[in-house]
Design a protein around this ligand. Structure first.
Ligand SMILES: Nc1nc2c(ncn2[C@@H]2O[C@H](COP(=O)(O)OP(=O)(O)OP(=O)(O)O)[C@@H](O)[C@H]2O)c(=O)[nH]1
Ligand SMILES: [Mg+2]
Length: 613
C-alpha cells in the first residue's frame, strides 16, 4: 500500500490559507485579519472527490522561498521536503488574495516553477467583487499553466471545485517550459498577468482609502486608538459587573448548600474552602475575560489591529524595535506563550530576542482576575467626571504601565544586551471587513474554554495542594490554622523577604503557588482566608470584603504593582527556554522581572504610605 499523499497550502501572509485549511479539513486553526498569524505548520485530513484521503498541511505565510524569518523557513523547508521528519508534499495549493492579485502572483510564480502538481485557489473573490474587481480566472490559468479555482474560504465557496482540481492535478504532469524566473522578472510578469486578468475595476475602495487617511493620521490615529482602548477597559468593568456579581452570588449560594447538607468534616472543608472559595474566586472573572476578548477579536477581524500596528511602528522604532514586534506583543495580551511563539516571524535575531524578553510585560489575561479582585476591593465604584468609571481607569492604567515598562525595557536592552539597529517594517495592510458574528462567537468560545480549562486543571490542582498544605499539621486549640500549617511556615519565611515592600503573610503565601498560574494568587488568598476562618457566616463572605478588612490600601497597590512586572508563570519561562535554546535568557528574564517587580512594589508601597493613603 502506498503512503497517504500530502498536499501543502502555500501563499503570502493573510491570503486565507488557514481559513481554507479549516474549511477543507474541519480544523479550527486560528485565523485573523493580519499577516503572520500562522507560525507553525499544522496538518489535517481531507478526502478528495475520488475518495482518496490526503494529508493537508497549513503553512505560515511567506513572500519568497528564500526565507528571511524563522516562520518563512518552516514554509520553505516543508515545500522542498527538507523539513526533518516530514515527507515532501506531493502537491501544492497556492492561495492567492484576489483583491491583491499583483502582489500575490509574485510568490505564486516561484512556487509553481517548482514543477509540483499545483492548483491555485483564487481566494477572497468576494472582497474583490466588493471592491468592484471583475476577474477572469481562465486568463490566469493560461499564464500560470495550472488550474485556477475562485474560492471564498470563509463562506466555503469553491471548495468542491478546488478538491476536484486537486484530484486531477495529482495525476497530471506539471506544465512544460516552466523555468524559474528572477524576482524582477516575476514582478513584471505579475503586473502584466494581473492587468490581463482584471477585466474591470471600480472606485469603490475610495471609502476605505478615506478611512485609512483618518485612522492612520499621524496624530488623529493614535488618539482614536487610545480612546478605543480606553473604552475597552471601561467596558470590561462596567458591563461585566452584573454578570460577575451573579456568578459570585451563585458560588456563595453553592457554598451555603454544601454547608447545609454535608456534615462538618475535612472533606466538607476541602469542598468549601479549597474548591468553591479557591477555584470559584477565579471563575467569577469569566465575564471580564469574555468582554476583553470580544473587543480584541473584533479589532483583529475588522482589519483595525493591523492599522494599530502601523501606528505603533514609530513608537516601537523609537525604542529600537520594529513594527514586526507588534503582533507578538499584541498576542501576549492573551497570553505570553503564543506571543513568544509568534516572534518567529521576526527576522532579526536580536529583535526577536528583545521581543521575547519584554513579552511577559504585556498584561496577559491571567492577570485580569488578580487586578479585578484588588480593584473591586480597594478602588471605589464611582465616576471621575464625564461618566468615566474610576475602576476601569485604574485597570487601563495598569495595562499602560505594563506597556510603558516593556518599551523602557526594550530601550535599555537594545542599548546593551541585544544591541543592534532597528530593522524596517514591511507589513501590508489587510482590507477592512465587518467582523462575522459566527467567527467572533467561535473565538470567544475558545477563549472562555481555555480559561475554564485552566480553572479546572492547573488552578484546581494547585489550590487543592495548597489547601492540604494549609490544613496540616492541625492547629492546637486557640492557634490559627494557617500559622500551624506547613504552608504557613513556608509563608512566614518568605514574608521576611517581602515585608519591606508592604506584603503581609497572606500575600507571601500566595506568591509561590501563583508561579503555576497567576490566577492562583486569587484562589490561594481565598483559600487561606477560608481556612483560617472557622465561622460559617464568614465563609460565605466575598473575597473582596475579606481583603478590605485585612489589607491596607498601600499594600493593595503594592500588590498590583508587583503583578504588573512579576514573571509569575512557569510556562512562559519554559517556552522562552525552548525558543532561545537554553537557560541563559529565561534565567535573565526571571531575574530582571522579579527585580523590577520588587522595586516597583516597594516604590508604590512607600509612596502610598508617605502620601498617607
Ligand atoms: N471575505 C473573505 N475573507 C476571508 C477569506 N478567506 C480568508 N478571509 C479572512 O482573511 C483573514 C486572513 O485569513 P487567514 O486564514 O488567517 O490567512 P493566512 O493566509 O492563514 O494568514 P497567515 O497565517 O498570516 O499567513 C481572516 O480574517 C479571514 O477571516 C475569503 O475568501 N473572503
Ligand atoms: Mg494562517
Amino acid at each position: 500500500m502506498s503512503r497517504q499523499r500530502k498536499v501543502a497550502l502555500v501563499g503570502n501572509p493573510n491570503a486565507g490559507k488557514s481559513a481554507l485549511f479549516n474549511a477543507l479539513t474541519g480544523a479550527r486553526q486560528k485565523i485573523a485579519n493580519y499577516p503572520g498569524v500562522t507560525v507553525e505548520r499544522k496538518s489535517g485530513r481531507m478526502v478528495l472527490p475520488t475518495g482518496e484521503p490526503v494529508e493537508m498541511t497549513d503553512l505560515p505565510g511567506a513572500y519568497a522561498l528564500d526565507p528571511t524569518s524563522p516562520d518563512e523557513e518552516v514554509t520553505s523547508k516543508v515545500i522542498r521536503g527538507q523539513f526533518v521528519g516530514e515527507a515532501e508534499p506531493d502537491a501544492l495549493v497556492v492561495v492567492l488574495d484576489a483583491s491583491n492579485l499583483e502582489q500575490h502572483l509574485v510568490f505564486a510564480q516561484e512556487v509553481i516553477a517548482l514543477g509540483k502538481p499545483t492548483v491555485v485557489a483564487l481566494n477572497m473573490v468576494d472582497l474583490a467583487e466588493r471592491d468592484g474587481l471583475v476577474l477572469d480566472p481562465t486568463i490566469l490559468e493560461e499564464e500560470l499553466g495550472v488550474r485556477v479555482v475562485p474560492t471564498v474560504a470563509v463562506r466555503r465557496r469553491g471548495l468542491a471545485e478546488l478538491a476536484e482540481a486537486l484530484a486531477q492535478a495529482e495525476t497530471r504532469h506539471p506544465g512544460p517550459g516552466q523555468t524559474a524566473l528572477g524576482l524582477t522578472e516575476r514582478r513584471v510578469a505579475a503586473h502584466a498577468m494581473a492587468e490581463g486578468a482584471i477585466l474591470s475595476e471600480s472606485k469603490r475602495h475610495r471609502l476605505h482609502a478615506r478611512l485609512d487617511r483618518l485612522l492612520l493620521h499621524p496624530w488623529v490615529g493614535p488618539l482614536i486608538l487610545f480612546a478605543l482602548l480606553f473604552v475597552v477597559f471601561q467596558a470590561v468593568f462596567a458591563w461585566a459587573t452584573p454578570f460577575a456579581d451573579a456568578l459570585e452570588a451563585a458560588v456563595g449560594w453553592l457554598t451555603g448548600v454544601v454547608l447545609e447538607i454535608v456534615p462538618p468534616s475535612l472533606a466538607r472543608d476541602l469542598l468549601t474552602d479549597g474548591i468553591l472559595a479557591g477555584v470559584g474566586s477565579v471563575v467569577v472573572f469569566l465575564p471580564q475575560i469574555i468582554i476583553l476578548f470580544a473587543f480584541i477579536l473584533a479589532m483583529e477581524a475588522s482589519g483595525y489591529m493591523a492599522r494599530a500596528a502601523f501606528l505603533m511602528d514609530r513608537m516601537m522604532a523609537g525604542v529600537g524595535l520594529s513594527g514586526r514586534s507588534f503582533i507578538p506583543l499584541l498576542s501576549s495580551f492573551a497570553c505570553a506563550i503564543p506571543g513568544i511563539m509568534a516572534t518567529r516571524s521576526i527576522a532579526d535575531p536580536r529583535d526577536r530576542l528583545t521581543t521575547i524578553l519584554i513579552a511577559p510585560l504585556m498584561t496577559c489575561s491571567a492577570r485580569l482576575p488578580v487586578y479585578a479582585v484588588i480593584i473591586a476591593a480597594f478602588i471605589p465604584q464611582r465616576t471621575v467626571g464625564l461618566g468615566i468609571g474610576l475602576q476601569g481607569l485604574v485597570l487601563f492604567g495598569l495595562y499602560v504601565i505594563g506597556i510603558v515598562g516593556a518599551m523602557l525595557a526594550a530601550l535599555v536592552l537594545r542599548r546593551s544586551l541585544t544591541k543592534g539597529a532597528a530593522s524596517g517594517f514591511i507589513m501590508e495592510l489587510p482590507k477592512y471587513q465587518l467582523p462575522r458574528l459566527r467567527d467572533l462567537a467561535i473565538g470567544l468560545w475558545q477563549r472562555a474554554w481555555i480559561f475554564l480549562r485552566r480553572a479546572g486543571t492547573i488552578i484546581f490542582t494547585v489550590t487543592v495542594v495548597l489547601w492540604i498544605l494549609l490544613n496540616f499539621p492541625r492547629a492546637e486549640p486557640g492557634q490559627d490554622q494557617v500559622d500551624a500549617s506547613i504552608a504557613g511556615h513556608l509563608a512566614n519565611g518568605l514574608a521576611v523577604v517581602v515585608r519591606p515592600i508592604g506584603f503581609n503573610r497572606d500575600i507571601a503565601l500566595s506568591l509561590i503557588p501563583a508561579m503555576a498560574a497567576r490566577e492562583v494568587a486569587v484562589s490561594s488568598l481565598a483559600t487561606s482566608y477560608a481556612v483560617s476562618n472557622d465561622d460559617e457566616n464568614a465563609q460565605a463572605m466575598a473575597l473582596t470584603d475579606r481583603l478590605k478588612a485585612s489589607w491596607s490600601l498601600p499594600t493593595a497597590l503594592a500588590f498590583l504593582a508587583w503583578f504588573v512586572f512579576a514573571p509569575q508563570c512557569m510556562s512562559t519561562i519554559a517556552v522562552t527556554r525552548r525558543e532561545t535554546n537554553g537557560w541563559k535568557w529565561p534565567a535573565f528574564m526571571l531575574a530582571y522581572l522579579f527585580g523590577l517587580a520588587y522595586i516597583f512594589a516597594g516604590i508604590t508601597y512607600w509612596s502610598a504610605v508617605a502620601l498617607g493613603l
